[in-house]
Ligand binder design. Sequence first.
Ligand SMILES: C[S@@+](CC[C@H](N)C(=O)[O-])C[C@H]1O[C@@H](n2cnc3c(N)ncnc32)[C@H](O)[C@@H]1O
Length: 241
Amino acid sequence: MRFEQISEKSGYHRVDSTGPGATVGAPPARVPGRRVRPGIGIADSIGSPAAGPVPSYIAEMADDARFRWIVDTMALRPGDRVLEIGPGSSASIGCVAGALESGEYIGVDRSAAAVTRARTRYAALVEVGRVRLVQAGVEQLRLDRPVDGISFGSGTFDKVLAVNVNLFWTKPPVTELALIRRLLGAGGTLALFYGYGSPDTATAVGPKPSSDKLVGYLDAAGFDSRAVTAGDLLGVLARPR
Ligand SMILES: C[S@@+](CC[C@H](N)C(=O)[O-])C[C@H]1O[C@@H](n2cnc3c(N)ncnc32)[C@H](O)[C@@H]1O
């Protein structure tokens, strides 16, 4: 396991890896309708007179350092098909969907209350189909059977994301990781993040697993992975071998 060195570049945390093709931390992807100059991020475009009204999810991303770091670190591309496991009704929904253009965002959460809250909070994105939310446990997903009319077939997603979802460390998540391995397309990435604090300060907020534990479970499930840290936040980026 290798921890990556984190440095500041152009206002963004960047992770420079020594591994092949493993650099992450590209500036945020362009958001439709926004004028984001090359070399600057979404946050920098807020308040620009040329940019026009700011959709709430973009303003949210500018405000939320945790999810801004997460979106940067997982190196979202505009066309990515993203599955988030356990988004609750958190700002990750707006931040991730806001970083996509032709891609898609599907959130799967087992809590009916959380899905209802998320549908209300992100009603505008749900209405235009940029966000789809499914009430189900990840363990209920099947490759050969749509859930809520959504197919979860083999190779459906480029990125699978989970933030503060305990199932990945409180027991060996053998079944879940086997499913995620199949759901990811070639070159896809599973991104697990923990921590509720800031990427800038190390004050611990909320429980976190050790990166060794996560990497060990991922290794046993056939993923190559590496840990990334910033302040209170821990991420593990994993690719099927
Ligand atoms: C601690 S909350 C984190 C919410 C959000 N990701 C964040 O970081 O603010 C964990 C969420 O994961 C969901 N969850 C837990 N186990 C799950 C499972 N097996 N499948 C889908 N969702 C799950 C819970 O319902 C809850 O919304």
